[in-house]
Every structure is written in C-alpha cells, then in structure tokens.
Design a protein around this ligand. Structure first.
Ligand code: ZN
Ligand code: ZN
Length: 419
C-alpha cells in the first residue's frame, strides 16, 4: 500500500484544505476551548494534519489523534488465536466515553480498504466484531445519543480507490476517487461553506414537510419489495445539521443527502430486497432479501456473504429490528456518479435506506429522546449494532399513511413526489 507525500499527492492539495475547513466549521462546528478526538488511518495523514491545524485555528483545546493501519489490523487476524478474539480494548472506549461526557468533539476519517477482511474466516470476523461492538458500546452510545458534536469525512485511500476503480492503476484510481469525494462533499467550488448552507436549506424543507405530515407509517413498493414501516410515536425527521445535547449544532455526516427518522421496532411488516451491496466489517454482502413480521426479521437470505449477514442479525435481539429509516432521492449526486463506493457513508447517501439495530434518540420530539425508557415505549429500537443498507432505486414508490388511513405519495420512481 502506497501513500503519497504531501507534495506528490495525485490530486489538488488545496481540496484537502477545503475539506478540513468544511469538516471543522460545518461538520463539527468546533467551539473555542473544545477538545477533539480524531480517529484516522495512517494513510490519511495529509488530511489529518490539516484537520488538526484547522481545529487549533478555531480555538480547539487539545486535539488527540488515534491512528490505525490496515496491515496492523490484518496482523491480528493472521496470528491471534481464536479465544483472544473475545478481547477488545474497552479502556480506550471508556476513555472516549468520558471525554465525550466532558464536551470533547469526535471526528472520524474514513479511508480504509472496505474489503480488508473479505478473505478472513467469517466466524473469526464475527467473533472479533462482537467483542468490539460490546467494548465500544459506551463510546458508541454517546454518539447515537448525540451527547457531543461529531463528524465523519473521507479520504481517498489507495486500497479503497482500487476497489472503486479496479481498472485504473493505483495513482489514477486515487485521483479519480479524490475527485468524486471532493465533488460529492461539495468542496470543489470556491465557497464550500456557502454551498453547504444552500444544501442545508433543501434538507430542512424536506424534513419540515415530513414533520408536518407526521405519518403513522410508510409503505414501500418496488421489485421484490412490499414493506410497511410503522414510525415511532413522537418521531421527528432530521436531515443535515442538528443540535447535540451539548448545545452545539453540527453536521455529522459529510457527505449527507438523507432525511431520516426512527421507525417503530414492533410495526414493520412485509418483504424488502436490497438494491446495492453492503460492506460490513470488511466483507461484501449482496442480494439481501428479508421478511419482517411485527418488526422482527423472520426470514433472511443473501446472494453473497449470507453467513456474515445471518451472524450480524444474530448479534442481539434488536439486531433483527429496524432503528432507522432514511429517504434519499435517486437523483442524489452520489447516485448520479454511478459509482459503487463500498463505503456506507457514500452508498447510503446514494439511496433510500434502512438500518438494523440501534435507533437515534435525537429523532424524537421533545423530551422522549432524553429517557431510554420513553424511547423504548415510543417504539425506538436498541441494539449493539447499527447497520445501514440500501433499498432505493428508480423503481421505488413510497406512500405516507396517516393515522386515519389517508395515503399521500412521498416518492415516485425514486424521486420526491410532493410539491
Ligand atoms: Zn442514514
Ligand atoms: Zn444509519
């Protein structure tokens, strides 16, 4: 795996400056005096150095960076005995949880090889994944409960680029992936901050309409799909920026094209077929088809990676239930790019999607989200996993069904149907 020195990057380094600016100012909205934890692959250091500089320019307290490396990750799978895969560094996640409780912001850079673990034994991958999920729960819970402002962005890693552009040589692949990332993240123009302001306006309009309609459930129809998803009581649609419990309004995902809310964990019925592959913990899962009864998956299959998918939904009781429903028009810039990114941050924003597992407590009106018992009573799901997969296409229709049975078109052929 090569990485390029700053002066020899196969793309315009100025774009990294802009990406760092968007991440710190729009993504995190980092406040003066706030500490920051960055997790990032070693390969993304040209971006991480800029992020750190931009953070300190914004008045950050202490910026702590935790680096990872694909080859280091593989050493464990290649050499560690089976039993040792039950261990995970909980001290690190407990420390992160403590930092988040003390107003530390969280930034993740995603660049790793999405299929790093594809050739590993699925049982070992599942075993290590499960202990990692358990250990990381204290930190992950703070993020899903939106205790602090957080952001995730991407860097064009070489192995990832080769996955997206298998026919190009490494340097051209990185250059092509970089171009896609910069365009989709809206930094390929002279005023990215203003571009994000415009984009936010559109997302806000959509979320306001859905909140006004306050649908009881959504009905999805497409080839292989006839699914009714009940929405949680007191659910609230969100999109783009929202305010964390520490009072800071941030834009967690860059890019983001979705408006999303919390489904009712007991009121999902029917069948649904995935429209894009899903990459989960380094393994490709393709051709997912599941059937829900009263909120839980009663039948599941996949063309590729079925064992990994079946292991995933057996993680815990909540892993068979939905925790998120998200609407994205088929004409989103990511979908228009025609690329499969093998990276959920990108692929989920190309398409309408649902997520199995933990719900977002921020997607509730009023005080519900502050009380786990109230979230559960309202229908919010709880699990150690949160895994998004794509069900949108240009053949997907979605209707909103009101409490009194009234039907309102939301999407037709994958595009917004309301005016
Ligand atoms: Zn989503
Ligand atoms: Zn999600």
């Amino acid at each position: 795996m090569n990485s390029f020195p700053d002066e020899d990057l196969p793309f315009d380094a100025k774009m990294l400056d802009r990406l760092a600016e968007v991440s710190i100012r729009v993504g995190l909205n980092l406040q003066e005096g706030q500490d920051l934890i960055i997790t990032a692959p070693v390969e993304s250091l040209p971006l991480v150095r800029r992020l750190s500089a931009e953070a300190y320019k914004s008045g950050a307290g202490v910026v702590s960076t935790i680096l990872s490396d694909d080859l280091l990750t593989l050493t464990r799978y290649n050499h560690a005995p089976d039993e040792s895969l039950d261990a995970a560094p909980s001290w690190m996640f407990n420390g992160m949880a403590e930092a988040f409780d003390n107003n530390t912001a969280r930034l993740a850079v995603s660049a790793a090889n999405p299929l790093l673990l594809a050739d590993q034994d699925p049982a070992r991958v599942a075993r290590a994944g499960k202990s990692m999920s358990l250990a990381s729960k204290p930190a992950m819970e703070r993020i899903t409960n939106f205790v602090t402002n957080w952001n995730i962005i991407s860097y064009p890693g070489a192995a990832w680029a080769k996955q997206v552009f298998p026919d190009l040589d490494e340097r051209d692949a990185v250059s092509a992936l970089a171009e896609a990332i910069f365009s989709i993240s809206r930094v390929d123009n002279s005023d990215p901050i203003a571009a994000w302001g415009e984009h936010q306006k559109t997302l806000t309009e959509r979320q306001d309409w859905l909140n006004e309609m306050s649908f009881h459930s959504l009905r999805y129809t497409a080839p292989g799909t006839d699914l009714t998803i009940g929405l949680a009581e007191g659910h609230e649609w969100k999109g783009g920026a929202s305010t964390a419990k520490n009072g800071i309004t941030c834009t967690p995902n860059i890019p983001t094209e979705e408006v999303f809310t919390t489904p009712h964990s007991q009121r999902v019925n029917g069948t649904v077929r995935a429209t894009k592959p899903l990459v989960y913990r380094g393994t490709l899962i393709d051709g997912i088809e599941v059937e829900f009864e009263n909120g839980t998956i009663v039948r599941a299959r996949a063309d590729v990676g079925e064992e990994v998918f079946l292991n995933l939904i057996d993680t815990d009781e909540g892993a068979r239930r939905l925790g998120e429903v998200a609407l994205v028009p088929h004409s989103s810039p990511i979908s228009e790019s025609g690329l499969l990114f093998y990276n959920t941050l990108y692929d989920e924003n190309a398409s309408c999607h649902i997520a199995l597992g933990q719900c977002y407590s921020k997607c509730f009106k009023g005080e519900i989200g502050n009380d786990p018992d109230k979230v559960r009573e309202a229908g919010g799901n709880s699990s150690n996993i949160h895994v998004d997969w794509m069900i949108g296409s240009d053949r997907l229709d979605i209707d909103g069904i009101s409490e009194d049975g009234k039907i309102t078109p939301i999407m037709r052929n994958g595009e917004w149907a309301y005016d």
